[in-house]
Unconditional design. Structure first.
Length: 74
């Protein structure tokens, strides 16, 4: 975002620069940026050969589509 602020500051037309600053401020208000705020899928590790216990998360192995689906054993 700092790069956009720098580019807006270089706009010679004051009216246009104010409009762009207002639009950028609104975008910053609505959008969260940075690694801390990015949504992600929790990482999992396949542990072959371990017994499944109650209340553990397990992964289906039927098809490729099931690789990301986790199920709670129970």
């Amino acid at each position: 975002m700092a790069r956009l602020d720098d580019l807006v500051a270089q706009v010679a037309d004051r009216s246009l620069r104010r409009e762009m600053q207002a639009a950028l401020a609104e975008m910053k208000r609505r959008q969260r940026f940075g690694l801390v705020f990015e949504d992600h899928i929790p990482e999992t590790t396949v542990l072959y050969g371990l017994p499944i216990q109650t209340s553990e998360l397990v992964r289906g192995v039927q098809t490729h589509e099931h690789l990301r689906q986790l199920y709670e054993s129970g």
